[in-house]
Design a protein around this ligand. Structure first.
Ligand code: FAD
Length: 405
């Protein structure tokens, strides 16, 4: 076995949250190694619609986006919501169009620009927190590697092996969803290609979407793990043809993955333990309609800042991180807070304004359809927890930190 490599910080996963964390650490002069299990640049299943806030973050931290980090169309104007009553609501993003990222290249570009040392094809396999340092185990080409770091940041996505190492039972405590998408050549598609389309339709699935990419149409569907992807997808394709006149060739490729929807709705984030921080979607950050890049970037940056701050002030890093991350929790969980949705503007497009533009009859249909859609999630018993979190937010400055793991 090779001698143990000593560094200041090890980050697990070479994604956007990792790039943001690494940028803060490298800028502060800390030796940072990023471990990525796949060969880089690596593929990442994602629609790639970056929110305006995420776009600003990338420009401010990594500079203007090069053309090769974008798909065609290179931008997106906003979101269109579709309802079973056949009402559609078009909403433009605040501040104009936003980039359609090609995650394979955007993530690679960001991680390179962070200045961190990246070890790809290197899988994190475990860790041991010894109080003043952490020993990280990894595997590359069958060879066992060891790293010694003062801190570790898990930026390793929804299935987070870092969380599994800290809390082996955690994955059993949350519901898991499968999201899958198929790529179709287009015969005819009346769906406006400048928008991301989302269906609030309980018969189609928990999460149904479509948008244009590189001359094809993506048809995506999300549901509770264990259901049949082909059957679910076929149902959506038939619905699109019947109701929207979308005519597609059989799909050319498909992909899917497990997703951890839920923690941000009910303020049940996982931030780690001791010298190990968890960030990005691994921690539970996910905005409305599955937009996770902006909160991955911001939470990642905060995890990096927390390490720098804790070292400067000689404070425990976990306590520092939990104090600093509260602002991103507020932003993310506000997106699911019914009081915030009704009376403020927690999203990056104006849902209440779009609703008010509809005639009275359609407004009523949308509210009814939304309610029926929400009933699909009833079994997860999130409603009461969302209301409890909303009440705490009303009384205090944020969401209760006691709910965090
Ligand atoms: C179908 C779909 C569509 C989406 N569309 C959008 C969208 O349009 N807009 C948006 O903002 N968000 C979207 N999201 C969500 C978004 O992709 C995620 O929220 C975001 O990528 C989370 O970033 P992250 O940095 O937390 O981790 P991830 O992007 O999940 O990256 C984690 C990294 O960790 C690596 N890793 C995992 N295990 C190990 C290990 N053992 N060792 C080393 N490395 C490891 C992985 O290979 C990966 O590179 C979508 C998600 C899906 C599934």
């Amino acid at each position: 076995m090779r001698p143990m490599r000593k560094v200041d910080v090890v980050i697990v996963g070479a994604s956007l949250s990792a790039a943001a964390a690494a940028k803060r650490l490298v800028d502060a002069g800390l030796e940072t190694v990023v471990l990525e299990r796949k060969a880089l640049p690596r593929h990442k299943i994602c629609s790639g619609i970056l929110s305006p806030r995420g776009h600003r973050f990338l420009i401010e931290n990594f500079g203007p986006l090069p053309r090769e980090v974008l798909h065609e169309p290179t931008w997106c104007r906003g979101v269109t919501f579709h309802f079973p009553s056949m009402v559609s609501m078009k909403m433009d993003f605040f501040g104009g169009t936003t980039p359609h990222l090609h995650r394979k290249f955007s993530d690679y570009w960001a991680i390179q620009r962070s200045g961190a040392e990246v070890h790809d094809q290197t899988s994190f396999t475990g860790l041991e927190d010894n109080g003043d340092h952490v020993v990280v185990s990894a595997r590359r080409d069958g060879e066992e590697l060891k790293y010694r770091a003062r801190q570790v940041i898990g930026a390793d996505g929804p299935s987070s092996p870092v969380i599994r190492a800290l809390y082996p039972d955690y994955p059993k405590q949350i519901p898991w969803f499968f999201v899958g998408q198929k790529f179709h050549n287009i015969i005819e598609c009346p769906l406006d290609h400048e928008y991301f389309h989302f269906w609030f339709h309980p018969d189609l699935g928990h999460y149904t979407w479509s948008h244009a990419r590189d001359g094809q149409q993506i048809v995506g569907v999300g549901f509770k793990r264990g259901d049949n992807f082909d059957a679910r997808h076929g149902n959506v394709v038939r619905y699109f043809e019947d109701k929207h006149g979308v005519k597609l060739d059989p799909h050319t490729t498909h992909e899917g993955c497990a997703e951890n929807f839920g923690p941000s709705l009910v303020n049940r984030y996982v931030f780690g333990r001791g010298n190990v921080l968890v960030t990005g979607q691994a921690a539970g950050f996910l905005n409305m309609i599955g937009e996770g890049m902006s909160c991955a970037l911001h939470s990642g940056a905060i995890s990096g800042e927390a390490v720098v701050e804790a070292r400067l002030r000689n404070r425990p890093v976990q306590e520092t991180y939990r104090r600093m991350i509260a602002s991103e929790v507020r932003r993310t969980t506000d997106q699911w807070n019914p009081l915030k949705i009704a009376f403020e503007r927690p999203h990056e497009a104006d849902f209440p304004a779009a609703l008010m533009r509809l005639p009275w009859r359609e407004r009523r249909l949308v509210v009814r359809d939304l309610w029926r859609f929400m009933l699909l999630y009833k079994e997860f018993k999130w409603g009461r927890e969302i209301l409890r979190a909303a009440a705490s937010r009303l009384l205090g400055d944020g969401y209760p930190t006691t709910r965090w793991i």
